[in-house]
Design a protein around this ligand. Structure first.
Ligand code: GLA
Length: 399
């Protein structure tokens, strides 16, 4: 990446007052559990977004995306979702800050953010690969605004506000995982996050002779965000039925496997509830996966990476067959390594319908396996495989 301070100076003929760097994320296990108040096990990575920022005084935001060579200017008051997607990751966050300011001191108070600012962004997180490049932009922006305007937000507040921004300006009803991981990551540590209580703990990731490799399908099917929101609704539908019998169940986190069988399995599901078999399958996957993450963390702590990897394969099976968020390309990549004794685990990662698989591969075999998977992928699809080797890195910080 270029020196973003130099780019800022060239673009705006003034100096940036602040540069913030925010990482993408991987997730070892715990997929589609965050918005069901379950557990996830993500980590921030050494691919990131940088923003450089400085105040203006004329009530406008001047934005420039260095990699895309695009500039957009908008007035800072009464902002609405924009036709250009990267713009929404900036202005959506500004709107959350404006709401926060109003909630603290009323709508008539004047706030410095309403005078506007200059911002440029750049990054090396592959877009659409399921590594949360959009969350990284949102987190970099809120961190920079918090610093520049001395808002006094905690990183937890920042995670919740950027999640809300994604809901309102990007239209994806995402969970908290991506923003949380980007803001709270630590080098060489994975984060076990309880998405219900938001309590979290860090664990060193010791994979011994193995390493993480991401295989990138290089595709993103268009239905990704609409299907994502549908999955969320299906889970809520399931909870609605479970609640009739067990009123204390507020999310799938509160439901046991037995309760899911009893209330949602097709043979037990009476006409009154009329939920589809799909709703049962979705809820079954989520409840299994929430349990699986907790068992997988025990494997990690016991140093049993083999058992951990096996659970990653089980997650993929569930995501593909029950939750139906995989796709042909992702399944090809997992199948290509499944019987290889040097690959302990593999699964699709993130929301699905494209993006990457995450694999735990024996270090000495990495090159040979990359070669073999690339060949299979080229033979069976019209796409070229891309490979990312990532390290676990620090969360959002000032550069
Ligand atoms: C996307 C969302 C996350 C999470 C994952 C699936 O990355 O942004 O909140 O739900 O999908 O685990």
């Amino acid at each position: 990446m270029q020196d973003i301070r130099v780019s800022f100076q060239q673009l705006f003929s003034s100096s940036a007052s602040l540069v913030v760097q925010s990482p993408g994320r991987i997730n070892l296990i715990g997929e589609h559990t965050d918005y069901n108040n379950g557990f996830v096990l993500p980590a921030a990575i050494d691919k990131c977004v940088q923003v450089a920022i400085a105040k203006r005084t004329d009530g406008t935001i001047h934005m420039h995306a260095i990699d895309l060579q695009e500039s957009v200017i908008v007035p800072v008051i009464a902002m609405q979702p924009h036709a250009t997607s990267w713009v929404n990751y900036i202005i959506g966050v500004v709107v959350q800050v404006q709401k926060y300011n109003t909630s603290k001191s009323g709508s008539n108070a004047s706030h410095e953010i309403d005078k506007g600012f200059d911002i440029c962004i750049q990054g090396d997180i592959p877009i659409g690969a399921g590594l949360s490049s959009s969350a990284a932009v949102e987190c970099a922006v809120i961190f920079a605004l918090n610093e520049m305007y001395q808002l006094g937000l905690t990183t937890m507040q920042m995670a919740l506000m950027t999640q809300q921004s994604e809901h309102e300006f990007a239209g994806v009803k995402c969970g908290i995982m991506d923003m949380f991981a980007s803001l709270h990551g630590k080098s060489n540590q994975v984060i076990l996050l309880d998405c219900g209580s938001l309590q979290h703990s860090y664990y060193p990731l010791d994979l011994k002779d193995y390493q993480i490799i991401l295989f990138d399908t290089q595709i993103k099917h268009a239905l990704a965000s609409s299907e994502y929101n549908t999955r969320r609704m299906e889970c809520e539908q399931g909870v609605g039925v479970l609640q009739q019998k067990y009123p204390s169940i507020k999310t799938l986190r509160d439901a046991s496997k037995q309760q899911v069988e009893q209330c949602l399995a097709p043979k037990n599901n009476d006409a009154k509830n009329a939920i589809s078999d799909k709703v049962y399958q979705r809820c079954k996957y989520v409840v299994d996966e929430i349990e699986r993450v907790q068992l997988a963390v025990k494997d990690l702590l016991a140093g049993d990476i083999k058992a951990f990897g096996q659970k990653m394969y089980e997650t993929h099976e569930g995501l593909s067959k029950l939750y139906e968020v995989s796709c042909r390309e992702l399944d090809i990549l997992v199948n290509a390594v499944k019987d290889n004794p040097h690959v302990l685990g593999a699964r699709m990662m993130g929301g699905g319908f494209g993006g990457c698989t995450i694999n735990i591969i024996k270090k000495s075999k990495v090159q040979a396996i990359i070669h073999q998977v690339a060949e299979v992928y080229a033979q069976q699809t019209a796409h070229t495989l891309k490979v990312h080797q990532v390290k676990i890195a620090q969360g959002t910080h000032i550069k």
